[in-house]
Design a protein. Structure first.
Length: 365
């Protein structure tokens, strides 16, 4: 498997990165949403061209554009993007700080335009206040409070989406929780995986995968439902002064999955940071999630093991994609990940699990 092949594993209908220049974003947003854009700033993204729009009236918007191969692919993507927008609306209605989409001039939340011979699908959303969790520098007290709030939000998200219509398709992608082990091993087998990841780090990854695979039956038997599926440190926004959660963005990875995956993914990214005790961070997230929903001891163990493997997935995938079209974004995504993977691999499994079980001891009834 070549590195270029790995980029499309799991989701054969993935969008085509449009590679828009910043000066092209404003005119597109004007044609699709009637916005008077004064300036645009690049934001990171895996498959999309994302930008912050600064408008003439002083307000801001979030711009996202993806490319389609042909008319059929465009319609498939439009259906998927409209469904994702509906998830944001449902989440916001439940009180979560989800970014609401802005209707386009032609109606609906997704505009389809032809640009430089390519078919683009454009979504514009409200701009949420705060800074990405990845850029937050908290006090120790604020950090614990923020992590508990993130855990509550993850559990509230699955509650909010519990009655939302399912997607029309079975959504699978590289970041799917249940298949993380297979995806990681596929990436490790690429040329870039063999040359870019040391034997020591490969050993850490394999050890954490083994722990997760031992709980496979727990994961598969756990209650399933709709999940945001990407509570990562760039998709969660916080107030830089208080650490309160101010925004949940990007439903691009949303799918039907084990409900515990929402908390596990949130817990994974809460461990990142040079001054963070990863096991304490995991406990804080589980503690917050347990205020909303009850989690069995087996589910708590799977949350811990899954969080560690999600970090492995993040580190391995972005190492393999180091030379890809979004290399800068990838470098930012994994910059803090490998050190935490090594720490979690060295942690004693039983001690870590016991700590998480204590955190969940007061779980909601």
């Amino acid at each position: 498997m070549k590195t270029s092949d790995f980029a499309t594993v799991g989701d054969r209908s993935a969008p085509v990165p449009p590679h828009l220049e910043l000066e092209q974003v404003g005119p597109i947003a004007a044609s699709t949403h009637g916005l008077d854009v004064q300036s645009a700033s690049t934001l990171g993204g895996e498959w999309a061209s994302n930008a912050r729009l600064d408008l003439a009236d002083g307000s801001r918007r979030m711009f996202k554009a993806v490319g389609a191969r042909d008319a059929d692919h465009a319609e498939q993507l439009r259906t998927r993007l409209e469904w994702r927008s509906s998830l944001a609306r449902t989440s916001a209605a439940a009180g979560l700080p989800a970014a609401l989409p802005e209707p386009c001039l032609a109606g609906g939340d997704v505009a389809i335009v032809e640009h430089d011979g390519a078919t683009l699908l454009v979504v514009v959303s409200e701009w949420m206040p705060g800074v990405p969790l990845a850029e937050y520098h908290p006090t120790r007290l604020n950090a614990a409070s923020t992590r508990r709030e993130i855990g509550r939000a993850a559990a509230e998200m699955v509650e909010a989406l519990s009655t939302h219509p399912a997607p029309q398709e079975d959504i699978q992608h590289e970041w799917a929780f249940e298949t993380m082990s297979e995806t990681i091993r596929g990436a490790l087998g690429t040329d870039a995986g063999r040359t870019g990841i040391s034997e020591t780090d490969r050993s850490c990854v394999e050890g954490l995968i083994t722990r997760f695979e031992a709980l496979r039956e727990v994961v598969l038997a756990a209650p399933h439902g709709l999940t945001h599926h990407d509570f990562n440190d760039f998709n969660l926004l916080v107030d830089p002064e208080t650490g309160h959660l101010t925004g949940v963005v990007d439903f691009d990875d949303a799918r039907l999955a084990p409900l515990l995956s929402e908390v596990s993914i949130a817990a994974a990214y809460a461990t990142l940071g040079a001054d963070v005790d990863p096991l304490a961070a995991l406990r804080d997230v589980v503690d917050g999630a347990s205020e909303v929903r009850a989690w069995s001891d087996e589910e708590v163990s799977a949350i811990f093991a899954g969080a560690a493997v999600r970090l492995c997935l993040n580190a391995v995938v972005w190492t393999v994609r180091a030379e890809g079209h979004n290399a800068t974004y990838g470098a930012a995504r994994m910059a803090r990940t490998w050190p935490v993977v090594r720490l979690l691999a060295a942690a004693q499994t039983e001690a870590a699990a016991d700590g998480l079980h204590r955190a969940a001891a007061g779980r909601a009834e």
